[in-house]
Design a protein around this ligand. Structure first.
Ligand SMILES: Nc1ncnc2c1ncn2[C@@H]1O[C@H](COP(=O)(O)OP(=O)(O)O)[C@@H](O)[C@H]1O
Ligand SMILES: [Mg+2]
Length: 231
């Protein structure tokens, strides 16, 4: 059987351990605020763009402007890829606010944006899509979320699109971690107390990655001025 192709994340040690995230499959990234989910996704997006892959970055939580700024701090100039048309930063913050406003005005007659709304903004020639993050589009009904997410993963798979889907830890636990079960790969990022050393550490757990030999132990990482580094 042919081995699954991989996409590099640009996190060198992670790429060495796993070979990269499985191409044409979904990777869900779960973590609390400030754990580095956006930086992880940016690092992967820039790495793919450098290799000439078409990347769509769906900005749901932070505006493209803020994301570009965070990237610039880490030495990544997104504009160069955007100008070449390799990277597309899609603003979902403004449409989301407009939707809320319209719903406030029109009452319940205006439909709330859902998971499908996000992925409709993705161009067909996309190789890698990042959703940062899907939290606000999740239906509170777990059954509905499961069905929608399942269908979206199926559609992405059929189009052979690789996806990095960010979900905050609180939403994930509200949804009983179903996202992790449905996705092809799941990575959890955490800040943990190391009582032995008496300080906090950043821990990345590759919870699962189908068709990949992964370490059982979580790895420790740092956020540096050049992005995420595993130590
Ligand atoms: N240049 C940097 N050097 C070290 N740490 C940084 C740097 N830039 C950002 N960080 C850290 O990364 C965190 C934010 O990462 P981010 O990816 O936005 O988190 P998340 O998306 O999970 O909320 C900040 O709280 C900060 O601690
Ligand atoms: Mg973020």
């Amino acid at each position: 059987m042919k081995a699954i192709e991989r996409i590099k994340t640009g996190i060198t040690e992670l790429d060495q351990i796993t070979g990269g995230i499985p191409k044409g499959r979904s990777t869900i990234l779960i973590g609390g605020p400030g754990t580095g989910k956006t930086i992880f996704a940016l690092q992967a997006a820039v790495t793919s763009a450098r290799e000439g892959l078409n990347v769509t970055y769906l900005c749901v939580e932070e505006s493209p402007e803020d994301i570009r700024h965070q990237a610039a701090v880490l030495g990544w100039n997104l504009k160069t890829y955007e100008e070449k048309g390799i990277l597309r930063m899609v603003d979902m913050v403004a449409p989301r606010a407009m939707n809320t406003l319209e719903r406030k005005r029109a009452g319940s007659s205006q439909r709330k944006m859902d998971l499908f709304t996000i992925f409709n903004k993705m161009d067909d020639d996309t190789d890698l899509v990042v959703v940062d993050s899907i939290g606000c589009f999740i239906d509170p009904d777990i059954q509905i979320f499961r069905d929608q997410f399942d269908l979206i993963l199926y559609q992405l798979r059929k189009k052979n699109v690789t996806s990095i889907i960010i979900m905050d830890a609180s939403t994930s636990s509200e949804m009983k971690d179903i996202g992790m079960f449905l996705a092809y790969s799941a990575i959890r990022m955490e800040k943990k107390e190391n009582t032995f050393r008496g300080r906090r550490e950043r821990i990345m757990d590759i919870v699962k990655m189908r068709s990949t030999d992964i370490p059982l132990q979580p790895v420790q990482y740092e956020i540096t001025d050049r992005g995420i580094v595993i130590i």
